[in-house]
Design a protein around this ligand. Structure first.
Ligand code: PLP
Length: 350
């Protein structure tokens, strides 16, 4: 199905003249900058932060481009991928008129951002195997459906979504399909980034918050066609990634070997932790994981959660979430943390 961004872009965004900052308007070399009302005397910190950061974060994008094999013009950086989610909704969904489709159980911010923007949410639950209900999705799509959020590997179920099913949605939907790959580095599946040239309605989200170990910096990435990226850039606050985050992100992106070692270690730990959890008498099911967390179905989720809290160990109680009865979501920790978790769980009695 042909995708035309102008069919779904909000009129006010089409007409919007974005804010043009001092750093947008002059980009050459100069020795005296008196254009941005900064404090030219310096900053009271060890590092110099008295200047506004690059609004387009080109140096960081170039590095990401080298790693991901995507041109910088096809990359948007957000204050976490949460910002990209919010901006996508604001760009394409008219409040009170349009809707998005989410596939629960899934990451909560798609619905929260839609709710904040007064955009209706259509829920098409995953199947019992935590895969896409393609018929349900086809039925839910109406002329005002603008975005479908597919999370793969999915949070909180930890599994990857069948690739061909995502492609079916991409090929048959006139709006944008957002594939959230926050946990892709832990997955056996390849990223959808390679499909960007094939599908102009595809947006892939990734983040420095998970495998890269930089959740505190708040740097998320959206990869998409240049048309979509230009729209996101038009809407974002001018300096949405601060200078400290840009510098530290660059530093982090230079440490690929360390990150790859952590990924290997996490996957190893995940398999050991899964096996140890499976052996516990109150564990009914350990779901296969393609992420850095494990979903576990237990006989007494709330009691186990409170017991662990009392022992100073915090996991996520997901037992009230659709299709997750009895379930706890457990992040894979370090070897030591996982051993302590399992040892503590072994002493739990109902
Ligand atoms: C699936 C998914 N997407 C996005 C995010 C948000 O990531 P960020 O830290 O980049 O905002 C999370 C965070 O837990 C997540 O689980």
């Amino acid at each position: 199905m042909q995708f035309d961004i102008n069919e779904i872009l909000r009129d006010n965004i089409k007409k919007l003249k974005p804010y043009s900052s001092a750093r947008d308007e002059f980009q050459g070399e100069a020795s005296i900058f008196l254009d941005a009302n900064e404090n030219n005397f310096g900053s009271p910190t060890d590092s110099l932060y008295n200047r506004y950061p690059d609004p387009q974060q080109w140096v960081v994008k170039k590095r990401i481009s080298e790693i991901k094999g995507v041109p910088p013009q096809n990359i948007f950086l957000g204050n976490g991928s949460d910002e990209a989610i919010d901006i996508l909704i604001r760009a394409f969904c008219r409040p009170g008129i349009d809707n998005i489709i989410v596939l629960p159980p899934t990451y909560g911010m798609y619905s929260v951002s839609a709710g904040i923007n007064d955009v209706a949410i259509k829920e098409v639950p995953l199947t019992a195997a935590y895969q896409l209900d393609l018929e349900g999705i086809a039925e839910a799509i109406d002329p005002n459906t603008r975005l479908i959020f597919v999370c793969s590997p999915n949070n909180p179920t930890a599994n990857s979504i069948i690739r061909e099913d995502i492609e079916t949605v991409l090929a048959n939907f006139r709006g944008i399909v957002v594939v959230d790959e926050a946990y892709i580095n832990y997955s056996r599946q390849k990223s959808f980034i390679q499909e960007l040239t094939e599908y102009s309605n595809l947006v892939v989200l990734q983040t420095l918050s998970k495998a890269w170990g930089l959740a505190g910096l708040r740097v998320g990435m959206a990869f998409a066609s240049q048309d979509v990226i230009e729209v996101l850039n038009k809407i974002k606050p001018p300096y949405n990634i601060n200078e400290a985050s840009q510098q530290l992100a660059l530093q982090g992106l230079a440490n690929i070997d360390k990150v790859n070692n952590w990924i290997r270690e996490t996957i190893q730990e995940r398999e050991q932790l899964a096996a140890a959890l499976e052996a516990l008498p109150f564990v009914q099911q350990v779901y296969p994981s393609d992420a850095n967390f494990i979903l576990v179905r237990t006989t007494a989720p709330r009691d186990i959660y409170s017991y662990l809290v009392n022992k100073g160990i915090i996991v996520r109680d997901r037992s009230s979430v659709i299709l997750c009865d009895g379930c706890l979501r457990i992040t894979v920790g370090t070897a030591e943390e996982n051993l302590q978790l399992v040892a503590t769980l072994k002493s739990f009695t109902i």
